[in-house]
Write a protein that binds this ligand. Structure first.
Ligand SMILES: Cc1cc2nc3c(=O)[nH]c(=O)nc-3n(C[C@H](O)[C@H](O)[C@H](O)COP(=O)(O)OP(=O)(O)OC[C@H]3O[C@@H](n4cnc5c(N)ncnc54)[C@H](O)[C@@H]3O)c2cc1C
Length: 452
């Protein structure tokens, strides 16, 4: 197959890598291609270099998006790994089913969801994506295909869930879905005056809805540090809908998408504009304290309404820092992170805080019981990298870790400390890929695949 060489980046547009692209049309040839190694890529929604391979091969799965089986009685579905959650939702929601776990964008492939073992707003209830995976095919470095499930080839299953594409190429995927009565969510917001109150709301029974997340105002300072709007939701039952939606409760008129047409000037997102936006957002969203009905797309994927929103950060791109910190001392750890951000003078636009539940079985999976904080920063060169290094020190000192799907700059040393089950993972990787053919810009930067 001919390779086209192209400059690629992740969603943050930093870094950029020159990669040789392979774009199979059919799932049939995956065995031959996987034996060539390189790294698979779904929708490129990981932020950093997980789906990049400088001077190496990148296998694009975007054309492998066929849905081959849907059991509408049991709510199971089998599809190629390039199918996006959006494409899946279009088929299953009108028939009364919904993914058990979804991240904050629908423009992700099933393969990407497995490789990062993504989490959603319900992690504290339902765990990560791995909980919904009944089985998948894995094309290993010999081009052989293994069928992996929690019971069969379970080592390969666990090493691939969160293994960032480094154990092989995922082919067909079978998922368990959740039954829903409607395509709507019953949501409710609660303004939290500071970090402490936000954490209380997130762990409070009263607010212990299936889905919860806090939008955090990263410009707040002093006593208001960490002020947030805590947003909760449940799948709405038919009787809770307004009469207009009750006749056809599984039909949703999806919003049209607007696009950011070109790179915005770098000054657009500055401390003044960000502060003004955050103050307005806090006021408007914090008011919605009574339950209200909202379409699933608006609730789960608010950012998808603006296509190419990553262009708002201009040509230099941005980095997202996402970490998880254990429950014990979570308040203190998060306070130190927010203080370090405030002291740096950096203006972070988007901040999200979520509660995470039990850890996944994957040796490299991100989740652990605690709180995860994600924040977006315009990429400003050395000063940004210095701040993120400071964040790493705080996170490490409190037993937390950085999410590889969002990372573009962690050091190999910090990675090893944050992921203590690395050696277990490596032992499985060596059985699937003894020559280390599957590798990416991320894996080489972090020394993933090398002995301790
Ligand atoms: C707006 C936005 C919101 C997000 N919200 C969340 C969130 O709430 N929770 C969360 O967990 N994540 C979130 N993410 C991150 C995103 O869910 C993950 O990065 C996911 O992996 C992206 O899927 P993708 O198809 O774009 O994969 P890519 O970015 O293309 O690849 C990601 C990883 O998956 C591997 N991979 C992809 N396909 C295959 C395959 N067929 N076989 C083997 N490996 C494969 C790649 O090698 C790479 O290591 C968000 C991202 C964005 C842009």
């Amino acid at each position: 197959m001919n390779r086209l060489t192209e400059n690629l980046s992740g969603w943050g547009r930093y870094p950029v890598a020159q990669c040789g692209l392979l774009r199979p049309e059919r799932h049939k040839g995956l065995g031959g291609l996987s034996a060539e190694g390189g790294i698979a890529r779904g929708q490129g929604r990981s932020y950093g270099d997980a789906a990049l391979n400088q001077d190496g091969a990148v296998l694009l799965t975007e054309r492998l998006n066929r849905l081959s089986a849907f059991d509408s009685e049991r709510g199971t579905v089998t599809a190629e790994s390039g199918l996006t959650l959006r494409e899946l939702l279009d088929v299953v929601v009108p028939r009364g089913w919904f993914p058990l776990v979804t991240p904050g964008t629908g423009y992700v492939s099933l393969g990407g969801c497995i490789a990062a073992d993504v989490h959603g707003k319900n992690h504290h209830h339902d765990g990560a994506f791995s909980r919904s995976v009944l089985e998948f095919e894995l094309f290993d470095a010999d081009g052989a295909v293994r069928t992996c499930s929690p019971d069969v080839q379970s080592e390969a299953f666990n090493a691939t869930m969160g293994g960032m594409g480094l154990t092989g190429v995922i082919g067909d995927v079978t998922l368990q879905l959740r039954p829903v009565e409607t395509a709507w969510i019953q949501a409710q917001h609660a303004p939290a005056r500071d970090l402490e109150q936000a954490l209380t709301f997130l762990q409070d029974n009263e607010h212990d809805a299936r889905y919860s997340v806090a939008w955090i105002d990263l410009q707040s300072r002093g006593r208001a540090l960490g002020r947030s709007v805590v947003m909760t939701g449940e799948h709405a039952v038919r009787d809770a809908l307004p009469a207009a939606h009750r006749a056809d409760p599984l039909q949703l008129k999806l919003r049209g998408e607007r696009n950011v047409p070109l790179d915005m000037p770098g000054w657009l997102l500055n401390p003044l504009t960000i502060r003004a936006f955050n103050a307005l957002y806090y006021r408007l969203e914090g008011r919605k304290t009574s339950p209200f009905i909202v379409g699933y797309d608006k609730f789960f994927y608010p950012l998808d309404a603006l296509g190419h929103w990553n262009r708002l950060y201009g040509k230099r791109g941005f980095v997202q820092y996402q970490c998880v910190v254990p429950l014990e001392q979570a308040h203190e750890t998060l306070r130190q992170l927010l203080d370090a951000l405030a002291a740096s003078g950096h203006a972070a636009f988007l901040g999200v805080l979520k509660r995470l539940g039990a850890a996944s079985a994957g040796q490299l999976a991100f989740s652990m019981p605690g709180y995860t904080l994600a924040l977006d920063l315009p990429f400003g060169g050395a000063a940004t990298l210095e701040l993120l290094q400071r964040f790493d020190e705080i996170v490490l000192a409190h037993g937390g870790r950085v999410y590889l799907a969002k990372d573009a700059r962690l050091s190999a040393e910090s990675f090893r400390q944050m992921y203590p089950r690395y050696d277990e993972w490596l032992a499985v990787k060596q059985t699937l890929d003894p020559q280390g053919r599957f590798s990416s810009s991320l894996s080489r930067r972090l020394g993933i695949g090398e002995p301790s």
